[in-house]
Design a binder for this molecule. Sequence first.
Ligand code: ADP
Ligand code: ZN
Ligand code: ZN
Length: 726
Amino acid sequence: MPRFVTVAVPCPLRRGFDYLWADSLGKEPAIGMRVSIPFGPRRLVGVIIATDSSNDIPSNKMKAVLRVLDEKPTLPLDLVQLGQWAADYYHHPVGDCIQQMLPVTLRKAEQAKEKPAQYWQCSQDIKQLPPLSARAHQQRSLLAVIQQSGQLSRRQIKDLGYSNNILNPLINGGYLSKANAPVADGSYMHVDKPVLNSEQDAAVTAISARLGHFDRFLLDGVTGSGKTEVYLRAIEYCLARGEQALVLIPEIGLTPQTLQRFEQRFPGCVSTLHSGLSDGERFQNWRKIESAEHQILLGTRSAVFTPFNNLGLIVVDEEHDASYKQQDGWRYSARDIAVKRGSDHNCPVVLGSATPSLDSLHNVAQNRYQLLELRERAGGASAPAIRLLDIRNESLDEGLSKSLLDATTRTIAAGNQALIFLNRRGFSPQLQCHSCGWLANCKACDAKMTVHFGRRELRCHHCDASDTLPTICPQCHHHQLIYQGPGTERLELSLKRHFPEVPVIRIDRDTTSAKGSMQSLVDDIRTGKPCILVGTQMLAKGHHFPDVTLVGIVDIDGGLFSADFRGPERSGQLLVQVAGRAGRADKLGTVYIQTHCPEHPALQALVNDGYQPFARQLLAERQLFSLPPISFSAVIRADATSLEGAEAFLERLRASLAPGDTSWSIVGPLPAPMTRKAGRFRAALILQAERRSVLHRQLHTACHIGDQLSKPQNLRWSVDVDPIDL
Ligand code: ADP
Ligand code: ZN
Ligand code: ZN
């Protein structure tokens, strides 16, 4: 009897493929093993998702597995099943899901050799060496960190914000010597830790009482209220049971300070997975968790797919953060997958945030999640006062009102720091000719080109097209070009003019793209000297700036009035997160918000009552209109070289579905808010249902039909379940 196995193959088809398993392979097939298989004219790496598959096709018509790439399964059964579940849930090809769950190194048949990491410790004869010069403070600080930690690898040192230029002289000078990889010895039990306040204590007790069971918690506490301390303590209980913990953090939320805190509390126990690592490093860290050499994994979105030897606790920090949702291809939510994994592994899942998503608040209201609140800032700091600045009829100086400039002057005079927030990088979002009205539009998108003054460049922030900054109007050749509205680059220049005596530090994608530059800017700020910070939402994540006492929000109106019903939720979260960067125990913070609509009810609720009442109000509105998270939705998107092409496909897809009834509805095809992007025209169908099962049934049919429909060659289409935007 010939044997068949079913293989998940990385291809756009929504199914597994059967292959013949020859005795000559010399092994028993097992679910989760990687195999090399012929697929059309190519050879691909796939993963076995079923053994002993039955098949009616004569075996001489079947293709055979060419080679087995693993001794034992690379993906454990629970992850193969998770991949299959997610393929169903997100209506995405299973082969692509399974492939994305693998580290890049394992997606190829030929594997790179693992290089063991070299660890460094303080040298024994450090006392005999000449002391480091007083001016080498980076090196002194690194030496102190290594002394505290015992030993660190080059990678860990880099993650902590120290470049090779700081490390190498210490090695060459003999201050450091080679060390063995650290072994966890339970020393975390004896590390110094703060005494928990009563709210923290209640949270830790509630979580640790459920270890060994599936349960879901929402830890709701403002920035600085001690959430991380709660995670650390719960992890300690988890490790004491001999289990491992997964901690998910947003894309740019992993700061050296956070990492250092985990490292110091749990020496030799922590692995990281994030975009700053090389493929080889990611693979090594993946293995350390799989083999249980390390107990704690701190990682971004895709870390949710790491195989654990014995997973006992999952934490999702800043659970509202949009970076948990993959925004192309397989549009999964790592937060939601984390909850599913908790159920698979029978362990508690803790979602933490200062600004919980409406999804999670709704789950609390439905008694699905248990709410744990931290109302006080640990260490006794009070929440900043928020004031609205009505800028209607006020003349603005490059976007800044006189009140905000005056407040900045007072802040600097008092020896403190100010933070000016505008979620728009570049010099100006729009270039226009004052004479003929010409606008610098992107040739490939329905969008304006952004002016980058320092680089003398126009750049489209949607497709990355660029052009040199014109000095005369290309249409009428006049010189009167005007820059409409500010971006962070313009604010920086303007603030430098107003405050020549203090440093103005800009933090956005343009100033932090070089490796390590973010850290050196943050180090400057953390010296505590008076300065002005200007930046985008990069300022709103991860870092805490204790000497900032003034936060100025230049423009938030756009988000509050966005066409997407999720706009106010997102803007409110961003606003509260930015405001939360300010102030500590002995320094009270103030937040000024410039607005053209000070009476806006959402803004009023946010300012007068805080995030929770604001969110409750938004949730009530969603209830009223039966919008998610009260109902469930999905978007089917299509893009093509013409809008008609994209719309015609969606029109046919819609026509072949049953008409919506009271249990579900379908809207569209609608052109996407930015219809043309990177030269492609985009349209969408929106499906909504009161029950998830109804939505999935319709999506299942839609995918089946969509796959069958004949399409123009250039058409692409995709499904987005639980979308976070239109
Ligand atoms: P969050 O994660 O909510 O921002 P953290 O856990 O980082 O809060 O706590 C903020 C600061 O307060 C940290 O410096 C932390 O060490 C300190 N802290 C946390 N809990 C306590 C406590 N119970 N007593 C004293 N300090 C604490
Ligand atoms: Zn002109
Ligand atoms: Zn563009």
